[in-house]
Design a protein around this ligand. Structure first.
Ligand code: ATP
Length: 215
């Protein structure tokens, strides 16, 4: 079974996240995708961060009604900043056999990976699927980034949109539909008392209202 791991601040979870993971699930025939909100984003300074439990509830509320999507509180249970490599290891340990995990990342997160703890280990441990938002970044930009920052040993198979390496795990590229929604935009709209209907799932909209978040 192939499964995806998708971490994010989810502050809040929005229809951009949902659109891209639904697309990747189909494109890569992933049986399951696990969404894991991060407690204290280690490389992101976020003001106006909703409590971890609320962000988890946004994710569990949505995955609860969706087949093949699961929420994980793995990073929230950990004390202090949490690092993706530790999460990957924990998933691998919990599903010892029969599951091939892929790490799903937006292009902004991927280009930030050099600041991640033990990033080399990530490339040794599991394949990555980088989700490109179409307009801004192309394969060539990813190729130069990988070459300069990760390893000169990757070669691009353009037909398959895949970077392969003799020793390291492949990096797949997935051109996802362009959905112009970000958590920053949602928070700003809530703050300005503008509607967020259709931009987030209804359970998220309800929770933001109920808990009076992002005011
Ligand atoms: P913020 O606006 O607060 O920076 P965000 O909307 O980017 O947040 P995160 O929870 O930080 O949300 O995102 C998790 C991952 O989802 C990141 O890798 C990010 O690149 C990706 N992502 C978020 N929104 C979109 C979108 N509309 N299209 C494609 N990828 C997205």
């Amino acid at each position: 079974m192939d499964a995806g791991l998708f971490g994010g601040t989810f502050n809040p979870l929005h229809n951009g996240h949902i659109g891209i993971i639904k697309y990747v699930k189909q494109a890569f025939r992933l049986e399951k995708i696990f969404l894991f909100p991060s407690a204290t984003p280690p490389h992101k300074s976020v003001t106006d961060l909703a409590p971890a439990q609320d962000r988890l509830e946004m994710v569990t509320g949505w995955t609860g009604g969706m087949e093949g999507f699961y929420a994980s509180d793995i990073e929230l249970k950990r004390k202090g900043p949490s690092f993706t490599i530790d999460t990957i290891k924990a998933f691998k340990k919990a599903h010892r056999t029969g599951v091939n995990f892929f790490l799903l990342m937006g292009s902004d997160a991927f280009f930030d990976i050099t600041t991640w703890k033990k990033q080399n280990l990530i490339f040794q441990t599991l394949p990555i699927i980088v989700m490109l938002r179409g307009d801004r970044i192309g394969l060539d930009a990813v190729a130069s980034f990988i070459d300069e920052n990760i390893s000169k040993g990757y070669t691009l198979d353009k037909g398959q949109s895949k970077f392969a390496h003799g020793q390291l795990q492949p990096v797949h590229i997935c051109n996802v539909p362009k959905i112009d929604i970000s958590s920053t935009m949602i928070r700003a709209r809530v703050n300005k008392k503008l509607s967020i209907q259709g931009l987030v799932p209804t359970n998220v909209e309800d929770l933001i209202k109920k808990k009076d978040l992002y005011k």
